[in-house]
Design a protein around this ligand. Structure first.
Ligand SMILES: Nc1ncnc2c1ncn2[C@@H]1O[C@H](COP(=O)(O)OP(=O)(O)OP(=O)(O)O)[C@@H](O)[C@H]1O
Ligand SMILES: [Mg+2]
Length: 247
């Protein structure tokens, strides 16, 4: 089947520094692909290039999705501090409705907002709250809801849980899995530790200094890592994973 996103030999430079040195991957419909690597390896650069925030200096990016949205590591910071959840969601829903050219307002607004809240497991009680009044996990759910307003086919999640407590991490990761199941969403999940992606991703790419040093089905990368770098990342997994399993 034709993948939704097809990236071939992607290269990205910042001036003379090449942050991404020729990476290739595909994202299929309804698939969750993990990109894992330590700080500075080039993960966010790939994400930014996919949504057009950064220009590629080589290779090709083919994105066949109707809409692609991105959510960020700093959920609290990515929300407007002066807007309640209701205002934040109303704004993106109005924009999404405009793009769909829908004129029928009957039952539209309220129903859409309830649908978004339900999708991310939030109750209507948060609607009048400001970001500073919510937990990090709640803020991340709001930013996911905001991303879903335009009914994207592809969601890019750039370290969506690194700022969250471990127990909350597991719940947000489960939410991503539910969204894939319920909406058929394709997800690119970026993380710096393997524990985060292990139980969520179908396939994993391990990135080191601008290149992929391991790639394959999640179980395969865990069971048979081919690079020392992946083995080092794996060695750091157990503690976090135990905490995730307990939550
Ligand atoms: N706008 C920029 N200008 C110059 N260099 C940049 C810019 N953005 C990123 N870089 C450099 O490119 C490299 C890759 O950065 P990138 O943000 O993609 O890494 P990352 O894997 O997302 O890291 P982290 O885990 O810290 O988020 C780093 O060395 C970084 O310093
Ligand atoms: Mg990053």
């Amino acid at each position: 089947m034709t993948p939704l996103v097809d990236v071939r030999d992607l290269r990205v430079r910042y001036g003379r520094y090449e942050a991404v040195k020729g990476v290739s991957f595909t994202l299929g419909r309804g698939e969750i692909l993990g990109i894992v690597g330590e700080s500075g390896s080039g993960k966010s650069t790939i994400a930014k290039t996919l949504i057009g925030l950064q220009k590629a200096s080589g290779g090709t990016v083919t994105n066949r999705a109707r809409a692609t949205q991105m959510i960020f590591q700093d959920a609290v910071g990515s929300l407007n501090p002066r807007m309640t959840v209701r205002q934040t969601l109303a704004e993106v829903l109005a924009h999404a409705r405009g793009r769909r050219g829908r004129t029928d307002e009957r039952g539209g607004k309220g129903a859409d907002m309830e649908r978004l809240l339900a999708l991310v497991g939030l109750s209507a009680a948060v609607l009048e709250q400001y970001p500073r009044e919510m937990s990090g996990g709640q803020c991340q759910r709001v930013s996911i809801a905001r991303a879903l307003a335009c009914r994207p086919e592809v969601l890019i999640a750039d370290e969506p849980v690194s700022a969250l407590d471990v127990s909350v991490q597991a719940r947000v990761l489960n939410l991503l899995r539910d969204l894939r199941r319920d909406l058929g969403l394709s997800i690119l999940l970026i993380a710096h530790d393997l524990a985060v992606v292990k139980n969520v991703c179908d396939r994993i790419c391990v990135m080191e200094r601008g290149v992929f040093v391991d790639a394959g089905a999640a179980e395969q990368v865990f069971a048979h890592p081919t690079s020392d770098y992946t083995r080092r990342l794996l060695a750091a997994v157990p503690d976090v994973e135990r905490a995730l399993a307990l939550s």
